[in-house]
Write a protein that binds this ligand. Structure first.
Ligand SMILES: Cc1cc2nc3c(=O)[nH]c(=O)nc-3n(C[C@H](O)[C@H](O)[C@H](O)COP(=O)(O)O)c2cc1C
Length: 378
């Protein structure tokens, strides 16, 4: 079973991860992981924190000579900002009252986390619930991507909407998504990019924040990942759960998703064809590459809705946890809009989830054996 755990706090020494279940013999390029980490850090609308950090992975185990050994891969991503926070964040010497937070933010884990864990300070909750954690998830996905690439699976992401600024023509080919890499908002249309930047600027000037919609696409996925036989083995179950676990993601749709609820079946289901050369195929892909909880060999299309960032520079009302009097919520340095970064996180979280499903069907202890047994369904 391929799985991973992360650890680390936003202003702690480092983010960490342990990946277990990778086959031996996969060549891992560190630069490609650092490249994905850098992609996550970009995006118009981010706050000052991303100017401090320059994320790079340090692998501690499970890789020798650039190749996986089959042992757990443990890694770190150091927080440069830690040197400004060591006084409060050092696990043994840190002052626990350092930058205590007593005004929990609506829309964050602050209030319920503090009550649930019996704390009298929001700080420990804020530190762990922060989306800084997604750096560790991106690294895990980036490593998993290098396994899937061996079998011809490729993933990409882009931003469809920020606030009210939305991409008009959403029928885009996989290859067009490369253009998103050049856009500060990860949008493939220059006109929409300008509109997105404008709405972000307006939100920032108003001390407000914005969410949006991102799309992840995966091509080259073999048929038969996931299974219809049990609810928790369905590929759409697994993708929805993993994507909903990303901070601020509040909706996940596969293929036509919510739109399909408004159309008759004749316009939603993808008719089946067969050719001697390519086997079974479809002319349309409303299902987004999954039917009955299994990948059907078409491109995977998944969209995620991100809510606006909860930390507002013009803060919402809250209550002081000591006096219970009304107060403004804390405003710690924050992004105005992190939708472009969320697209990268969603892409790599999708990749890891697919790698898990891939290992379930085609997994062996070594890549060599996987290659030997590799026989995708036609
Ligand atoms: C890439 C990314 C960056 C984020 N940056 C911030 C931020 O700077 N400030 C903030 O308050 N929330 C930020 N968030 C969202 C919060 O982490 C999230 O809303 C919070 O943890 C509560 O979880 P929930 O929204 O899933 O309920 C970010 C989310 C993502 C995916």
């Amino acid at each position: 079973m391929l799985r991973y755990l992360t650890a680390g706090e936003s202003h702690g020494k480092a983010l960490m991860g342990i990946i277990e279940g990778l086959p031996a013999g996969v060549f891992i390029d560190k630069q490609r992981i650092d490249h994905d980490l850098a992609r996550r850090q970009q995006g118009y609308g981010r706050g000052g924190r991303m100017k401090i950090e320059k994320d790079q992975i340090e692998v501690l185990s499970g890789i020798r000579g650039g190749v996986t050994t089959g042992s757990p891969v443990a890694y770190l991503i150091m927080n440069r900002d830690y040197e400004n926070w060591q006084e409060g964040m050092d696990p043994f010497q840190g002052d626990v009252n350092y930058k205590r937070v007593s005004h929990p933010r609506p829309g964050h884990a602050d209030l319920t986390g503090m009550l649930k864990y019996g704390l009298s300070d929001v700080r420990p909750i804020l530190e762990r619930s922060s989306a800084r954690e997604t750096a560790a998830r991106v690294a895990a996905g980036s490593i998993a991507r290098q396994l899937l690439n061996v079998f011809g699976v490729q993933a990409a992401s882009h931003v469809i909407q920020i606030g009210q600024a939305a991409l008009e023509n959403q029928s885009i080919s996989f290859d067009q998504l490369a253009e998103a890499e050049l856009s500060p908002v990860r949008c493939i249309s220059k006109t929409t990019e300008e509109a997105m930047i404008e709405v972000i600027d307006e939100a920032k000037a108003a001390g407000d924040s914005l969410g949006g919609i991102v799309e992840v696409r995966v091509k080259g996925l073999p048929r038969g990942l996931g299974s219809h036989v049990q609810w928790d083995r369905k590929l759409d179950t697994q993708l929805a759960a993993a994507l909903m676990s990303i901070q601020a993601i509040k909706g996940v749709e596969i293929g036509d998703g919510f739109l399909s609820a408004t159309k008759p079946g004749s316009q939603v289901h993808d008719e089946i064809y067969y050719s001697e050369k390519n086997g079974y195929y479809r002319m349309t892909n409303h299902a987004g590459g999954i039917e009955g909880g299994m990948s059907n060999g078409e491109e995977l299309v998944v969209r995620c809705a991100m809510k606006p960032i909860p930390t507002l520079m013009k803060p919402l009302n809250t209550v002081d946890i000591d006096t219970h009097e009304s107060y403004e919520a804390v405003k710690e340095r924050s992004d105005t809009c992190a939708v472009p970064a969320a697209a990268v996180v969603a892409e790599l979280v999708t990749v890891f989830t697919l790698a898990q499903a891939f290992m379930e069907v085609f997994g062996k202890d070594s890549l060599e054996e996987m290659r030997r047994c590799w026989k995708p369904l036609r």
